[in-house]
Design a protein around this ligand. Structure first.
Ligand SMILES: *Cc1c(COP(=O)(O)O)cnc(C)c1O
Length: 392
């Protein structure tokens, strides 16, 4: 089945009764009882399929997890209360029985860098950063660091670099490391990391998958060998997603391939327009033939789909000029987050990468003149018109 079909049907209509609700209900019960203690014992022991306690599993959340397995080509999934909870759990699961050392891409979401440096490192896990778009350099860092896990984003935030997941998975396997890929920006429409050899694919479902700016959530999808450790961590730490959020996320996902196709097409139009604007110094867009990772993008993503994020630098701008531009926006929403139906602009220095030192940002190439645009599903003419009047 194609992804458009899976997005609508997978995980739904599991009810065994004679009348089956067409969409999975929101199951709010925290615990379940059975006809006999014998049966409850079998459910607790895992010999019989069933639900017993909401931290262990929940029918609404299980439906979402089955849907995510179908979309990502995975064997097991854990839906979490946020993208960060999902990343934390995925890395813990990846490091189970492995060396407590991480090699991470040097261009990543700010909170992910904080997770590695402020949570993993102080608790005794060595953290090393590497340019994952330079496989030669990556191999050298991996040889030195002997990581138990490699962490990367399919499309990096906010400079939109694209690493070759399949080659990096080979490097990870050779080193006995697990590869964790944050697939939030690409979505399973553009890339399915597990099919390319990654061991964990992680999403902030808050973004494209839920897509309507009304739910915070995350998900980890993995392959059979890591399924038990992932579920066990979920049960012990309890980062799990609640049934209301699971319902909203599933509702959002039904239209995610349609939205994403439209957003990708809109982003191509907007990026091409920005590139011709005299006040725009530089455009970062994965559809640009001059993009440094153009070959990887052509090889890994389906034709014509490049993602829907466009970052750009405003000529000679500092914080006051960027603030003026963003305050002048009439339709594009000035807000943190991305991937929603509405276009949104964010200032990385102030929000997503605020916690990093200016020196760290400089090293990552995130300048004070850089803004990040998440292109929505609106008419592209209206998005461009709003940018045009704000840049005037
Ligand atoms: C938003 C985001 C996260 C964190 O997700 P939350 O749902 O906000 O916890 C992680 N990675 C990427 C790439 C993101 O965009």
């Amino acid at each position: 089945m194609k992804i458009h079909t899976k997005a609508v049907h997978a995980g739904e209509r599991k009810s065994p009764g004679s009348h089956v609700p067409v969409t999975t209900p929101i199951h709010t019960a925290t615990s379940y009882f059975y006809a006999s203690m014998e049966q409850l014992d079998r459910v607790f022991g895992g010999q019989e399929q069933g639900y017993c306690y909401a931290r262990y599993d929940n029918p609404s959340t299980a439906a979402l997890e089955e849907l995510m397995c179908a979309l990502e080509g995975g064997d097991a999934a854990l839906a979490c209360a946020s993208g960060m909870a999902a990343l934390h759990t995925a890395i813990l699961s990846a490091l189970t029985d492995r060396r407590r050392s991480i090699v991470a891409a040097n261009a990543m979401y700010g909170a992910t860098v904080s997770l590695l440096m402020n949570v993993f490192e102080p608790s005794g896990t060595a953290v090393h950063f590497a340019d994952i778009c330079d496989l030669h350099a990556l191999r050298a860092v991996v040889a030195e660091a002997k990581p138990g896990c490699i962490v990367m984003e399919t499309i990096s935030n906010p400079l939109l670099r694209v690493g070759e997941i399949d080659q990096i998975a080979a490097i990870a396997n050779q080193a006995g490391a697990a590869l964790v890929v944050d697939n939030t920006f690409a979505t399973p429409l553009l890339a399915r990391p597990l099919e390319l050899g990654a061991h964990f694919s992680v999403h902030s479902v808050t973004k494209y998958l839920a897509g309507h700016g009304d739910v915070l959530g995350g998900v980890v999808v993995t392959t059979r060998p890591h399924a038990d450790s992932l579920r066990a961590l979920g049960r012990t730490i309890g980062p799990v997603l609640g049934p209301f959020e699971s319902y909203l996320t599933m509702r959002g996902i039904k239209t995610f391939p349609l939205r994403m196709e439209r957003q990708c097409a809109n982003a191509c139009r907007v990026a091409a327009w920005l590139a011709t604007h005299p006040r725009v110094q530089r455009v970062y867009f994965t559809g640009d033939p001059q993009h440094p990772d153009h070959a990887a993008i052509r090889r890994l993503f389906p034709p014509g789909l490049f993602g829907a994020m466009v970052s750009f630098e405003i000529r000679d701008a500092g914080r006051p000029e960027v603030f003026r531009l963003m305050d002048a926006l009439q339709m594009i929403v000035r807000a943190t987050s991305l991937g929603d139906v509405h276009s949104m602009m964010l200032y990385p220095v102030m929000s997503s990468h605020r916690e990093l030192s200016p020196k760290h940002r400089e090293r990552m190439g995130i300048r004070d003149s850089l803004v990040r645009l998440s292109v929505g599903i609106e008419a592209p003419e209206d998005i461009i018109a709003d940018l045009e009047q704000a840049l005037a």
